[in-house]
Every structure is written in C-alpha cells, then in structure tokens.
Design a protein around this ligand. Structure first.
Ligand code: NAG
Ligand code: NAG
Ligand code: NAG
Ligand code: NAG
Ligand code: NAG
Ligand code: NAG
Ligand code: NAG
Ligand code: NAG
Length: 668
C-alpha cells in the first residue's frame, strides 16, 4: 500500500478530528438518576398561575447554567413564589453540564404540579420550591442515601478493609471539599469519591451538610457504591472511577496533541493513531454504553431542532393559550390554533401535565411519527417537552372534523354522496398506510369521526396519533392502558385489550356506516337504537340501502352504496379474523371489478352478547359495560369528553374508557 505524504496528512487530520469527535460524543454527562423527590401533598392550588412562572424560572436557570454551570433564581410573586437552583458537579465539562441539566430539566416536571421537587442526577442537581431554600444545608425529612450499586457489595473477607478505605476516603474528600469552596474529588486505595456543596451555601452550611451525608453514606457499607442526597450537598463514593479528573484529562489531551503533531509525517503515526483511536473508542465505549444510550436520547431531543419547539415560541404562537384560540378539547388535552413567527399556522395540542409520566416514550413516538407522511394523515411537525406540559405541534387543517358534519343538527352542510365516498376512500388509504405503508406498522387505536379532519377540498386527514403505539414483531400484544373511544372499539380490544390492526378496521367500519347513514353510532344502546344493529337488520332483510342517509334524498348510486355498506359490515364483524385488512378494503373501494364478500357475522352489538362470548370475566365485564352505558349520553347534545384534535367543542356522545377507569377500580 502506498501513501503519498499529502494523503497521509489528510488522513491524519481526519483521524485527529475523529478522535476529538469521539472524546466529545462519548464524554459522560452522568445523567443516571440517583433520586427524585416530589412534595406529593403540597401541590399548586392554581396551575394556570403556577405554570407560567415555572417556565420562566426554568428559562432563567437555563441561561445561568449555560454561562456558569450553575445558577439560582427566585420569582417572588404576590401569590406564588418559585425559588430554583441548578448546579452541575464541578468535574463536568461545559457540554456535559448542559446535557445533564437538560436531562434534569426534562425529568423534573414529572413532579408537577407539586410546589416543591428536587432531582439528583449523578452529574447535576436541580430543585425548585415555594420558599427560599438557598441556604438550607440539611433537611430532617428528605435527606437520604441511595445505596444501590451496580457492582454489588464487598465480600465478607474484604469487607473490613473496604470499610476502612471508604471511611478514610469519605473523611478525606469531605474535608477537602470544605477547604476547597465546596467541591473535591479523591481516589484512595481503589475507592473514589466526590463531594459537592451547592454554591449558595456558606462554608459552615457545607460542612454541616457533608458531615450528615458522610454518616448517611457510611450506612451503605458494604455496598460498593453509595450516594448521599442532602438538601445542600451531594456525596458519592464508588469502586469505579466515575468522575472526570480535570488535571488528568488536561494533561493527557495536551500530550496527545503534541505527539500527534510531532509524528504526523511518518507512517508510524498512522499505525499509532489507529491503534489509539481503536483503544480510546473501545475503552470509552465499554464504560459508557448505557450512558451513551441515554445521551443519544437527550442529544436527539436537543439536536433535532426542527422537531423541538421551544415552549415560549408555542406560548406566543397561541397568544398564551388564549381561550379564543382554542379549537378543540380532547381526553388527553386541548388543542389551540397558533401562528408561528414565520406566519405558518399550526395546531398545538396541550397534553395535560399528568400525561408527563410517559415523557420518555413520548420522544420516541414523536421521532417515529414525524417520519410518517401521507396525504391522508395529519402531519406532526414537532413537540416541546421542556415546559410544564408536553405540547404536540401539528399542521393546521382548516376545515372541521367529520363528526361536526355528522352531528350537525341543522344540516347546514350536507355532504353529497360523492364527497362521502371520497372521504371514506381517503380515510381507508390513510389507515392502510399506517398499517403497512411505512417502515413501521402503527395501530392508530382511536379511529373515530372526530379524529378525521377535512381540508379545504374535503379531503380527509386522520389526526391524533397521540394514542398510537407501534408494535414490533409480535402481531398481537396486550396493551397495558386501554385507550380508545367506546362505540368505535373492537370487542376483542374492549374486553381483552388485544390490539391488532383489526381493531382499527373495526373502528373504520363504524365510521363508514356513520358516514353513509348520516348518524352517529349510539354505543351500547341495548334496544334497536344502535346504528350497527339497524344496518345489520336492513342487510338481513335484503334492504340495506334503506339505511342510507335520508337527507341525500335518494341521490346516490345504489350499487355503490350497497357495496360501501357491505364493506362497513365486513369491517365490524365480531371476529377479528373475519374482518378484511385495510389494504383489502382500499381495493374493494377503488377496484370496481373487485368482488365484495358477504358479511358473515353480525357486528358486536351489546354487552350481554359480548360478556357471554368472552369466557372468564363475565361479571366484571358486564358490570363494567353497564356502568359505561350509564355514563354515555345518547343525544347529540352532550358535552364532548373524548373528541380530540381540532374538533371544536362539538357534540359527540362517547366516553373514553380511560376516563371511566379513572373513576373506578375495575380492571380488565
Ligand atoms: C438509586 O440510584 C440508582 C442508580 O442511579 C437508580 O437506578 C435508582 O433508581 C436510585 N434509587 C432511588 C430510590 O431513586
Ligand atoms: C386561577 O388563576 C386564574 C388567573 O388569575 C383565574 O382566572 C382563575 O379563576 C384561578 N382559578 C382558581 C381555581 O382559583
Ligand atoms: C451569559 O453570557 C452572555 C455572553 O457572555 C451574556 O451576554 C449574558 O448576559 C449572560 N447571561 C447571564 C444570565 O448571565
Ligand atoms: C419575597 O417576598 C416575601 C414577602 O412578600 C419576603 O418576606 C421575602 O423576603 C422576599 N424574598 C426575596 C428573595 O425577595
Ligand atoms: C439563612 O438561614 C437562616 C436560618 O438558618 C434564616 O434565618 C435566614 O433568613 C436565611 N437567609 C436567607 C438570606 O435566606
Ligand atoms: C487524605 O489522605 C492522605 C493520604 O492518604 C493523608 O495523608 C491525609 O492526611 C488525608 N487527609 C485528611 C484530611 O484526612
Ligand atoms: C490538580 O492541579 C492543581 C493545580 O494545578 C493541584 O493543586 C491539584 O493537586 C491537582 N489535583 C490532582 C488530583 O492532581
Ligand atoms: C484544566 O482545565 C481547566 C479548564 O479547562 C483549568 O481550569 C485548569 O486549570 C486546568 N488544569 C491544569 C492542571 O492545567
């Protein structure tokens, strides 16, 4: 192999670049969580006052941390005060500090709407409270130690000497910290320690805090690792060297560069550098595999700027969530219309804070869904997770949602047959794309008329993937939290929580029958009022076109209507296996030569049928459903509990099963 010297210089500089890149990207912000404490019984009485202050507070802290690696700030309002403090442990580099702070800021709002919360990561600390805690060194109730250790406990024979080493180290490192402005790291006979006091603390406070932390942490012995989590300080010992030694890293990096420059003109450089790169990569990779995974997630969150909207931007876009901008209210949150600084009109879905729990999954979902584009799906533009609430940003669809046409009492705008057919086909194509068009398969789980939006050309767009979960290899999986809307939910999903694409097919079938008949499906009405039952009855009487919406005044092609109704019945058959796939449905709808099979089975009609069919939980299921009936308003005028994205507070009469669960202790 021949290298020209120019090539070699190029190659070497590339390698140096790579090395720097590796040491940057694999540095360790230590974002694993050592403790999160929320004041469970002290919550903000008025969240609409509390959240804006909270957001402002965190923003200020962000700029302070960016500049100085720590910061404290207080908003002293008349009704609400929020004090906050964030600090990175001093061995973290600036980049790592920001990453750690970003992680803590993303996770701390899990405590909202608590008025007080603190989170200890292994690289930084963040706390907010309703009173001035800046010179609080110890807390008789909250102070604690986390003794969990990934490397286990010292064995019985080494325990005594291990105990001596740890005790000496703790003495040594805390004394050093008190003398050294509240920070020290030390390594002694195979044990490593870090002590850090918050910068707002006096020397006396720091001493008191570390003394208490020392006692707590010594209680962790013979565990190989312990962390003291106090109001004013953090103390950790471990048999692994977890901290970054500033001196060591400075010198090694300096000598590394020096060596590189000195020998870069020789072939030896190539060999040495490759070896060194491989070694550095291997060593760091081994150590930080787990952190890298976490880091990747955080970095993703922060770097995908096109997906990551600032909370403030969205707040301004919606005029601080002005009620006038509100265009919808759903089970998971309310939807506002907004205008971005560049003039783009968006829809912002404000998820209630209690859905914060799944913030980790949330980002995966956003990343997942934002990659999916189809003319019949509402596009997710991005999200914001930094504020007190999670916000989803969607493209704005100007027209109303389908349920508003269906439930329009005055029939101001009656959709023609052609328009209805177009909507049915578009919706089918959208769902079929979710089920198989993209790289991952997605079950929407909440297909219903209020989730189908219409644009200016009355072309349908399916909204609200908030409930969507993709599922990997297994075809059927038991969903843990059943979400969805009664009346559209497939029986197997309702009863057993069994979720496949066929549950969407069922919901689609209900939607089709609603479109054609111009009526909403009265879920679980046990008399003949149920739409599904009515259509099935007409079908059995060979008179299915009787169920077509009378407001069309007979102005529709009979054969096409017959076919569409049959498709609706095929999709709502009680057995999932009998239902066609969405791909087949699209073919039946668009290919006129396609033979449409006869539906074999009546749709799932009432609770008793269901309860008898499903062996096992007869009593619990039927009583569950009976209770659910009682909660369902049958008229078109009840307030909407469950419609979601962009449906104005229009009338729908379905309840979300999840809401129901919250009010009872029943479980499926
Ligand atoms: C203790 O620290 C470990 C490691 O960071 C963490 O996994 C665990 O959740 C912590 N325990 C508590 C009670 O927070
Ligand atoms: C919360 O504060 C807002 C704004 O001051 C006020 O309009 C609202 O009535 C308050 N709500 C409660 C429950 O006090
Ligand atoms: C942070 O630093 C920048 C530039 O050094 C400065 O303009 C800004 O005012 C500082 N912010 C704070 C909050 O100190
Ligand atoms: C905040 O306000 C309270 C009373 O309104 C006052 O006692 C306290 O000293 C103030 N704190 C700060 C930091 O300004
Ligand atoms: C510091 O703590 C003491 C009590 O330990 C308290 O009286 C004092 O007000 C605090 N100082 C400030 C500036 O908050
Ligand atoms: C810390 O350790 C060193 C060496 O082990 C020892 O000489 C020194 O006295 C210790 N310092 C304190 C404050 O314990
Ligand atoms: C790091 O360097 C400082 C000053 O350069 C020195 O005082 C200190 O002892 C060094 N620490 C270690 C662990 O070598
Ligand atoms: C190491 O780097 C830090 C910041 O880059 C600096 O403050 C410190 O003095 C350096 N230590 C040595 C021994 O050069």
């Amino acid at each position: 192999m021949q290298f020209s010297s120019q090539n070699l210089v190029h190659f070497t500089s590339w390698l140096i670049f790579l090395l720097n890149f590796i040491s940057f990207s694999l540095s360790d912000p230590r974002i694993s969580e050592a403790g999160l404490f929320c004041s469970k019984n002290r919550v903000a009485p008025n969240t609409s006052l509390f959240f804006p202050i909270f957001v402002k507070e965190m923003e200020v802290i962000s700029t302070l941390v960016t500049n100085n690696s720590w910061g404290h700030y207080a908003v002293n309002g008349t009704q609400i005060s929020i004090y906050a403090l964030a600090q990175c442990y001093q061995d973290l580099s600036q980049t790592d500090c920001l990453l750690c702070y970003a992680a803590s800021r993303t996770w701390l709002p899990r405590c909202l709407p608590a008025v007080s919360a603190r989170i200890y990561l292994d690289g930084c600390f963040l706390r907010y409270d309703d009173h001035n805690f800046f010179n609080e060194s110890i807390d008789p109730i909250m102070d604690t130690a986390n003794c969990s250790s990934s490397s286990g406990v010292a064995s019985a024979e080494e325990a005594p000497s291990f105990r001596t080493s740890v005790e000496e180290l703790i003495e040594n490192v805390t004394v050093a910290a008190v003398m050294n402005k509240g920070y020290a790291v030390k390594g002694l006979s195979g044990v490593y320690g870090l002590a850090q006091c918050w910068k707002t603390l006096s020397n006396e406070g720091c001493k008191e805090c570390l003394a208490k932390a020392s006692r707590n942490v010594k209680g962790c012995l013979p565990s190989r690792e312990g962390r003291g989590l106090n109001a004013g300080c953090y103390l950790r010992y471990s048999t692994e060297k977890f901290y970054t030694d500033q001196n060591a890293s400075n010198t090694s990096r300096a000598s590394r560069t020096g060596k590189t420059v000195a020998i870069s003109s020789s072939v030896a450089a190539f060999c040495m550098l490759s070896f060194f790169a491989a070694y550095a990569f291997y060593a760091r990779f081994k150590k930080t595999k787990q952190e890298r995974k976490n880091l990747g997630r955080i970095l993703n969150a922060y770097n995908k700027s096109n997906l990551n909207f600032k909370y403030e931007t969205l707040e301004k876009a919606t005029n601080y969530f002005d009620l006038k901008m509100k265009i919808g209210q759903g089970g998971a949150g309310s939807v506002y219309r907004g205008t971005l600084p560049d003039g783009k009109v968006i829809a912002v879905k404000r998820l209630f804070y209690n859905t914060r729990q799944w913030v980790d999954e949330f980002f995966n979902e956003v990343n997942l869904i934002s990659g999916i584009q189809h003319k019949n799906l509402v596009k997710l533009l991005g999200c914001s997770i930094e504020g007190p609430e999670s916000l989803l940003v969607y493209e704005f669809v100007p027209n109303m949602s389908l349920d508003q046409y269906l439930c329009d009492k005055n029939k101001v705008r009656i959709l023609s047959w052609k328009e209805r057919f177009q909507i049915v086909v578009g919706t089918a194509e959208g769902i079929a794309f979710l089920h198989g068009g993209a790289e991952i398969r997605i079950v929407h789980r909440d297909i219903k008329s209020s989730n189908v939006l219409l644009d200016d050309n009355l072309s349908p767009k399916i909204a609200d993937f908030g409930l969507a979960r993709h599922f990997a290899e297994d075809k059927t999986h038991l969903s843990t939290g059943i979400a969805g809307t009664l009346g559209y939910m497939a029986p197997e999903y309702l009863v057993k929580g069994q979720l496949t694409e066929k549950a969407d097919v069922y919901s689609f079938g209900v939607l089709v029958l609603e479109m054609v008949s111009g009526r909403k499906n009265n879920a679980f009405v046990e008399d003949s009022g149920s739409l599904l039952q009515t259509v099935w009855k007409f079908y059995k009487m060979d008179n299915i076109t009787e169920s077509v919406d009378p407001s069309l005044k007979g102005d529709f092609p009979t054969l096409e209507a017959l076919n569409v109704l049959k498709i609706g019945l095929l999709c709502t058959q009680a057995s999932a296996s009998l239902r066609p796939s969405m791909e087949e449905v699209v073919q039946m709808l668009t290919d006129f030569n396609c033979e449409i099979p006869e539906p074999k089975q009546p749709p799932f009609i009432n609770a008793t049928l269901l309860a008898v069919n499903s062996s096992g939980s007869y009593s619990s299921t039927s009583s569950l459903l009976r209770n659910a009936f009682n909660k369902i308003e049958v008229s078109c005028t009840s307030t909407d509990q469950s419609s979601s994205l962009q449906s104005s507070s229009g009338p729908v009469r379905s309840v979300e099963l999840r809401d129901y669960y919250n009010n009872s202790s029943s479980q499926i």
